[in-house]
Write a protein that binds this ligand. Structure first.
Ligand SMILES: [Zn+2]
Length: 139
């Protein structure tokens, strides 16, 4: 369900890019990056985006999705690291954690610790939620 609201915010970004492009005819390609810990189902998002873009300049656009590994930074010691496959697996298989993170991407920091100093004061610097990486517009 949440994928629909994500799709609608993607569409508003795409439509804005379209409006700002002189002579824009249609959107040919939308490239998205989904953080692996965002718990967003790429196929559900693709379907939702196709549905909400009907009747807009983005209808029929190619949708390219890249899954990105989140990167975290520790606010205590400054250590920066890429989340491990084990952490992704652990969090994805926890139904409570994955549901919360799906709706509030920032919550993911609660389920991880800095591997260097053990602090829980960490933040996501890359790979949070879903971002529109690029929009190709035919003119
Ligand atoms: Zn640390």
């Amino acid at each position: 369900m949440h994928e629909v609201s994500i799709a609608m915010s993607i569409l508003s970004v795409v439509e804005e890019a379209f409006r700002e492009t002189p002579g824009a005819k249609r959107v040919s390609k939308i490239k998205l990056q989904i953080g692996m810990l965002s718990m967003v189902d790429p196929e559900a998002l693709r379907f939702a985006l196709r549905t909400v873009s009907r009747g807009t300049p983005a209808e029929g656009a190619e949708i390219e999705i890249e899954m990105v590994k989140p990167v975290f930074r520790c606010n205590r010691c400054g250590h920066t690291w890429e989340v491990s496959d084990e952490d992704i697996e652990r969090i994805s298989s926890d139904p409570e954690a994955s549901t919360l993170i799906h709706i509030y991407p920032d919550v993911v920091a609660r389920y991880l610790r800095c591997p260097r100093c053990g602090s829980s004061d960490i933040e996501i610097v890359r790979g949070k939620g879903v971002i529109v990486h690029s929009v190709d517009i035919e003119t």
